[in-house]
Design a protein around this ligand. Structure first.
Ligand SMILES: NC(=O)c1ccc[n+]([C@@H]2O[C@H](COP(=O)([O-])OP(=O)(O)OC[C@H]3O[C@@H](n4cnc5c(N)ncnc54)[C@H](O)[C@@H]3O)[C@@H](O)[C@H]2O)c1
Ligand SMILES: [Zn+2]
Length: 340
């Protein structure tokens, strides 16, 4: 598949320190059949390493290995490895192809799809990056067998987001199937249900991105939960997983939007229930004050003129603000109240 989608003279595999020992050797031996292999690039696992420093180290490794424009970067890992490898590919020699092989549920259904790449800065998440569409995304659900359960749960939060913004029946499906999707023992998981989640979410995200690649309108719907989510994720020092923060973010944003009469009453309760069934947190980490969360949101790129914009559903499966670019404005005072 890689040879067909992104043929190259040389291949550089970017993975992280947890995933590389599990799967890199198998990938490298298969890649050796279709081209030359550059030394494996392994980044330390974790969001804290999705930085410009890591980008610089990776591009230096590619330059040291004398890779040229006729190279393809292959990402093997979760959303961090995909975002990072994608940004390296977007910028190396002004852009070389990237193929994603996502290894977390979150990366399979969200991060590997749609071409957003980038790194975090002290000012916020994903503030430096580029749009760079992958030449292929290769999803092998069996890779999830080694994924820690907490990471699987976090991935399900983004699947719930897809249901909440576009498909109420899918939202209900996830709630119903959560116990069988999340069995501790991978052999006891309902493979058909898991495959359905992957396929459904991928199709949903592809549809949204194809309609609005550069996020001028409809794609903003995918930011549901992320305005608050990114802030609490960052303020936790990345101790909270991205998916967990997005889950809490959806709950809090929906609660604020309900208070403003934008979202149908009961929507936040359904989201809370779904998160609880999936074993996901429903409160933000104690510590940062409501004011500091609000301040951190204002440096987020989705804020304009000091007021934060939110993408929220009007009810499960339908977005609010379709006539106004798929965002609504919520008064800081109401958001502060909900955060408190
Ligand atoms: N580009 C986008 O459109 C987009 C969309 C959503 C999220 N994201 C980004 O994705 C990131 C979160 O991704 P994530 O949740 O995949 O986190 P992650 O990449 O940090 O992976 C989570 C953990 O699981 C480990 N792991 C991954 N695959 C494994 C496997 N198969 N077996 C065992 N361990 C494995 C990793 O080493 C890591 O410790 C965030 O940075 C977020 O901003 C990007
Ligand atoms: Zn996300």
């Amino acid at each position: 598949m890689i040879a067909a989608a992104a043929p190259a003279h040389r291949f550089a595999v970017v993975s992280d320190s947890n995933v590389a020992p599990l799967y890199a050797a198998r990938l490298l031996s298969q890649l050796a059949d279709i081209g030359e292999i550059a030394p494996l690039c392994v980044i330390p696992a974790g969001e804290a390493h999705k930085t410009r420093d890591t980008w610089a180290a990776l591009t230096d490794q590619l330059l040291d290995a004398k890779l040229g424009r006729d190279s393809t970067v292959v990402a093997l890992g979760g959303g961090v490895a995909c975002d990072m490898a994608g940004f390296v590919a977007a910028t190396f020699m002004r852009g070389v192809p990237v193929v994603h092989i996502p290894t977390t549920l979150l990366a399979m259904i969200d991060a590997s799809i749609g071409g957003k790449t980038g790194v975090d800065t002290d000012h916020g998440k994903n503030l430096v990056g580029a749009f760079h569409q992958p030449s292929a995304v290769i999803i092998d659900p069996q890779l999830l067998d080694t994924l820690p359960l907490a990471e699987l749960r976090a991935g399900l939060a983004e699947a719930l987001k897809h249901g909440a913004i576009a498909d109420a029946a899918y939202f209900d499906f996830i709630c119903r199937e959560s116990p069988s999707l999340l069995a501790e023992d991978p052999r006891r998981r309902d493979v058909l249900a898991l495959n359905h989640v992957i396929e459904k979410s991928v199709r949903l995200k592809v549809g949204v991105v194809a309609a609005d690649e550069r996020e001028k309108g409809a794609r903003k719907a995918l930011n549901f939960g992320h305005t608050i989510g990114h802030a609490i994720e960052m303020l936790s020092g990345y101790a909270m997983r991205h998916g967990e923060a997005v889950g809490v973010g959806m709950l809090l944003e929906a609660t604020a939007a309900e208070r403003e009469g934008i979202t149908e009453p009961g929507t936040a309760a359904r989201i809370r229930n779904a998160l609880q069934i999936a074993g996901l947190p429903v409160v933000r980490p104690a510590g940062p004050s409501a004011t500091s969360v609000l301040q951190s949101m204002q440096s987020d790129k989705k804020s304009r003129a000091g007021a934060s914009e939110y993408a929220v559903p009007s009810r499960i499966g339908v977005m609010a603000g379709a006539e106004a670019g798929f965002t609504v404005r919520l008064p800081d005072a109401v958001v502060a109240e909900v955060l408190a």
